[in-house]
Design a protein around this ligand. Structure first.
Ligand SMILES: C[S@@+](CC[C@H](N)C(=O)[O-])C[C@H]1O[C@@H](n2cnc3c(N)ncnc32)[C@H](O)[C@@H]1O
Length: 273
C-alpha cells in the first residue's frame, strides 16, 4: 500500500478541508469587512487545494496560489485544477515563486495556513514576509495566519489519527502521524514530520518534513504591527461547556486559555488609506 499511495493525496485528506476552511474564511471576511470575498490569495499554497475550491464556488471568485515548489504545484494542476472548467481555470493563477517576491495583483485576503510561515526562522525575514503581504492586500483587506501552541506543542511526541478513506479501495483508511521530533527551547527551531501507515502494516516515514521556528502569538502580532497592519486580533476556538472539547468555531477574543494544545488564527487588516 505504501508503494501505491500518493503522499499529496494522503496529506490533503489528513490535514485539509477546503469546504470548511473557505466557509470560515469567507464568512469571517464578510462579517469583518461587510464585503463579499471574491479575490483570494493562498500563500504557501502547495497543491492549491483551497484556491481551486474557491474559484469553483462562484463565477466571480478569483484566486492566486503561490508556492516555491514546482512538483507540488504541478501535482495540484493535475489533480485539483484539471477537474475545474476552463472558465474556472481562467480565474485561478498559480505562481511558482517565493512568497517574499509576489505582490500583484493585490487581493482582498491572503491566507497563510498550516503554519507555513514558520519556515521563516528570523525576525527580519518574517517582517519582510508580512510587509510584502500587506502591500499585496487591497486597502481594507486582511491577512489570516494560523498559529499553534500550548505546552504540548513543545513536547517531543508522535500523535496518530485514523483517516477515513473509503473512496479509495486500493488504500482504504490509513493512519496519519504528526511527529514532533526535535525542539530547541533556545531558538524554538522545530523539526516536525508526517508519516503515514496502512492496514497492511506498510508505512511511509517522513512523507513531509518541516524545519520550522515555532513562533508565538505575541511575536507574530508585534511583527504585524511593525509591518503596518491595523486592528490585529486573534480568533480563538470556542469550548463546549458540557464536553469541554473544542467546538471547531473560532471567535474574536481578547484573552486565551492556557490549554495544553491549541490552534488559533491571527488576523490583521491593511489600513484603508
Ligand atoms: C506545510 S505546506 C502547506 C501546504 C498547504 N498550503 C496547506 O495549508 O496544507 C508548506 C508549503 O510552503 C511552500 N513554501 C515553503 N517556503 C516557501 C516560500 N518562501 N515561498 C513560497 N512557498 C514556500 C512549500 O513548497 C510547501 O508546499
Amino acid at each position: 500500500m505504501a508503494d501505491l499511495a500518493d503522499t499529496h493525496d494522503l496529506y490533503q485528506k489528513s490535514v485539509q478541508s477546503p469546504d470548511n476552511d473557505m466557509e470560515f474564511l469567507s464568512d469571517y471576511f464578510k462579517g469583518y469587512t461587510g464585503k463579499v470575498l471574491r479575490q483570494f490569495r493562498e500563500d504557501f499554497c502547495g497543491t492549491a487545494y483551497l484556491s481551486a475550491y474557491f474559484v469553483a464556488q462562484h463565477a466571480k471568485n478569483q484566486a492566486i496560489g503561490v508556492d516555491l515548489d514546482w512538483p507540488t504545484l504541478n501535482w495540484g494542476i493535475k489533480h485539483n485544477v484539471s477537474s475545474l472548467t476552463p472558465e474556472q481555470q481562467q480565474r485561478l493563477s498559480l505562481v511558482n515563486a517565493n512568497v517574499l517576491d509576489v505582490q500583484q495583483p493585490r487581493m482582498q485576503m491572503i491566507a497563510a495556513l498550516n503554519f507555513s510561515y514558520m519556515v521563516f526562522h528570523d525576525r527580519p525575514t518574517l517582517l519582510q514576509y508580512l510587509t510584502n503581504a500587506r502591500e499585496s492586500i487591497q486597502p481594507g483587506g486582511v491577512i489570516v495566519m494560523d498559529v499553534w501552541g500550548g505546552s504540548e506543542s513543545q513536547v517531543l511526541q508522535e500523535e496518530a489519527r485514523e483517516i477515513e478513506n473509503s473512496d479509495d479501495a486500493q488504500i482504504g483508511d490509513f493512519i496519519f502521524t504528526w511527529d514532533q521530533d526535535t525542539f530547541d527551547p533556545f531558538t524554538h527551531f522545530y523539526t516536525t514530520r508526517i508519516h503515514f501507515s496502512f492496514t497492511d502494516d506498510s508505512e511511509i516515514r517522513d512523507a513531509f518534513v518541516y524545519n520550522w521556528r515555532l513562533w508565538t502569538i505575541p511575536e507574530v502580532t508585534e511583527l504585524m504591527t511593525e509591518a503596518g497592519f491595523q486592528d490585529i486580533h486573534v480568533l480563538w476556538e470556542g469550548t463546549d461547556p458540557d464536553t469541554k472539547e473544542g467546538t471547531a468555531t473560532y471567535e474574536r477574543v481578547d484573552k486565551g486559555d492556557a490549554d495544553l494544545a491549541w490552534i488559533a488564527y491571527i488576523v490583521g487588516q491593511n489600513p484603508s488609506g
